[in-house]
Design a protein around this ligand. Structure first.
Ligand SMILES: Cc1ncc(COP(=O)(O)O)c(C=O)c1O
Length: 389
């Protein structure tokens, strides 16, 4: 019987591009490493000609993520930063970009560096401040960049409200959906025009590929992005795309389990004497809780917290990490612990970090798939180390 109900997101994730191999009937998409493809005749180019412009594995991943995000097309890039930089090609010279003052440090650095080259102008603002937003929109930006929940403070920004305000002044809306993935949030459905991902994180999910994806809500925009990706050569590698699609298959199961663990950890930290603040939109006490309930289908598995100690105490807390790897990045199956001020956000000036609220005692966790009892025991151990003077 033909199925007429649309597939659930989890089903698209698992079944997209499965069983499509017309040569051998391979169930999972085969890997095509070839950098070049034969022409059938003069003017007889097949679907692919050269690997920079097109590749079956990249396409399989792009189609799957575009479907999951509800977009009309996607471009797979070599990193999340390449994905964000790719989008800037859509802007005229000297266009104004409004960005959150508390975005990922690499995004902050990229936008500032493109500004210092004279390519764009950028205004970093607190996007939850109505006044700051109003004033910024008066400047007629060409692009409003949103990152929600933000890295590392897990601030939740209203995609629908920001998109509608940005569209009123003719700005393009780009949303970084790295922290939640299409398993938990659909920015295009809330009004954004473009979604960007560091697929290095939840989409690949195994900390073994660096990659990025740009998803466009309409075909014309997707084509423009694909043109620029080929022109500038920022497309992702076939093997990386193959691995990323392989990793993506388990996204929903991973996110469900990691989020359950994160909620337990957030509650544990919330009650801890050495913690002055927990940032996790799954806690009722969190400033973003209500909005997260509205625009996310879960709080995700990232959280951060303020230790009640000085910088030496932070050093003791992080001195003997084991189950939580003391490392940057996020979204893998293993738990990671990091100190944003000296790691992921060190490219920002101390002043910019202060403005964003990223302190020297802030710790960020990417909660993995280990048993939650082990995770909690491990964190308790770090607190014991902190209390040893
Ligand atoms: C929210 C966010 N966007 C973009 C990036 C950049 O991605 P990549 O490291 O794949 O270049 C990161 C990296 O941590 C990130 O956290």
């Amino acid at each position: 019987m033909p199925r007429n109900a649309p597939l659930h997101n989890a089903s698209i994730c698992v079944s997209s591009q499965i069983g499509n191999d017309s040569v051998y009937g391979a169930v999972t998409p085969p890997l095509y490493l070839s950098s070049t493809y034969k022409f059938k005749a003069l003017d007889g180019m097949g679907k692919y000609d050269y690997g920079r412009g097109g590749n079956p594995n990249r396409d399989a991943l792009a189609i799957t993520v575009a479907d999951m995000e509800g977009g009309k097309g996607a471009v797979v890039t070599s990193s999340g930063m390449a994905a964000i930089d790719l989008v800037l090609n859509l802007l005229p010279p000297n266009a104004l970009v409004i960005a959150p003052h508390d975005c990922y440090g690499g995004t902050h650095r990229l936008l500032k560096s493109r500004q210092s080259q004279g390519r764009i102008r950028v205004l970093f603002i607190n996007q939850n401040s109505e006044r700051a937003l109003e004033r910024a929109l008066d400047e007629k930006p060409a692009l409003v960049f949103i990152e929600t929940p933000s890295n590392p403070l897990m601030r939740v920004y209203d995609i629908q409200a920001l998109s509608s305000a940005a569209h009123k002044v003719g700005a393009l809306v780009v949303c970084d959906n790295t922290f939640l993935s299409p398993a938990r949030q659909h920015p295009l459905k809330l009004g954004a025009d473009i979604v960007v991902h560091s697929s290095t994180k939840y989409i690949n999910g195994h900390s073994d590929v660096v990659g990025g994806i740009v998803v466009a809500k309409d075909e014309a925009m997707a084509e423009q992005l694909a043109w620029w990706a080929n022109c500038t050569g920022v497309t992702g590698a076939p093997f990386d795309s193959f691995l990323t699609l392989r990793g993506l298959r388990t996204l929903h199961a991973r996110m469900d389990a990691q989020e359950t663990n994160a909620q337990k950890i957030a509650e544990f930290l919330h009650d801890h004497d050495f913690v002055s603040k927990v940032y996790y939109p799954g806690l009722k006490s969190d400033a973003g809780y209500d909005l997260a309930q509205k625009q996310q289908s879960g709080p995700g598995a990232m959280l951060s917290f303020e230790l009640s100690c000085d910088r030496d105490g932070v050093g003791r807390f992080l001195a003997h990490t084991s189950l939580f790897q003391f490392a940057e990045s996020l979204g893998g199956t293993e738990s990671l612990i990091c100190h944003p001020a000296s790691m992921t956000h060190r490219a920002m000036s101390a002043e910019a970090r202060k403005l964003a609220g990223i302190s020297e005692t802030l710790i960020r966790l990417s909660v993995g798939l280990e048993h939650s009892n082990d995770q909690l025991a491990e964190l308790s151990h770090y607190f014991q180390n902190l209390s040893k003077q």
